[in-house]
Design a protein around this ligand. Structure first.
Ligand SMILES: NC(=O)c1ccc[n+]([C@@H]2O[C@H](COP(=O)([O-])OP(=O)(O)OC[C@H]3O[C@@H](n4cnc5c(N)ncnc54)[C@H](O)[C@@H]3O)[C@@H](O)[C@H]2O)c1
Length: 67
């Protein structure tokens, strides 16, 4: 398993980061827009991607995903 940084937490970065963490990697997401990181920390997903919120929530819980 690897430590991965995702730069830009929009459609591509958030989905990629969340799924990489779900595979077991440790992922840190960063974004120039701090509100996106604050939302991520609270488990809020600002894009329409069915199922993503539960993936984000569980990986935040297990500390594989952070912002
Ligand atoms: N969405 C697609 O289907 C798709 C397809 C092919 C290519 N792309 C490319 O992938 C990239 C991301 O696309 P997206 O749809 O996720 O865009 P997006 O706008 O949803 O997300 C981009 C994120 O990057 C952040 N950002 C911008 N500059 C930054 C910086 N200097 N440091 C940190 N964060 C920064 C923005 O705040 C934003 O949250 C774009 O270059 C886009 O052209 C997207």
């Amino acid at each position: 398993m690897q430590n991965i940084a995702v730069i830009g937490t929009g459609y591509v970065g958030l989905v990629s980061g969340a799924l990489l963490s779900d595979f077991g990697h440790t992922v840190v997401c960063v974004d120039i827009d701090s509100s996106k990181i604050e939302q991520l920390k609270q488990g809020r997903v600002p894009i329409y991607e069915p199922g993503l919120e539960s993936v984000v929530a569980s990986n935040l819980y297990y500390k594989r995903l952070s912002g």
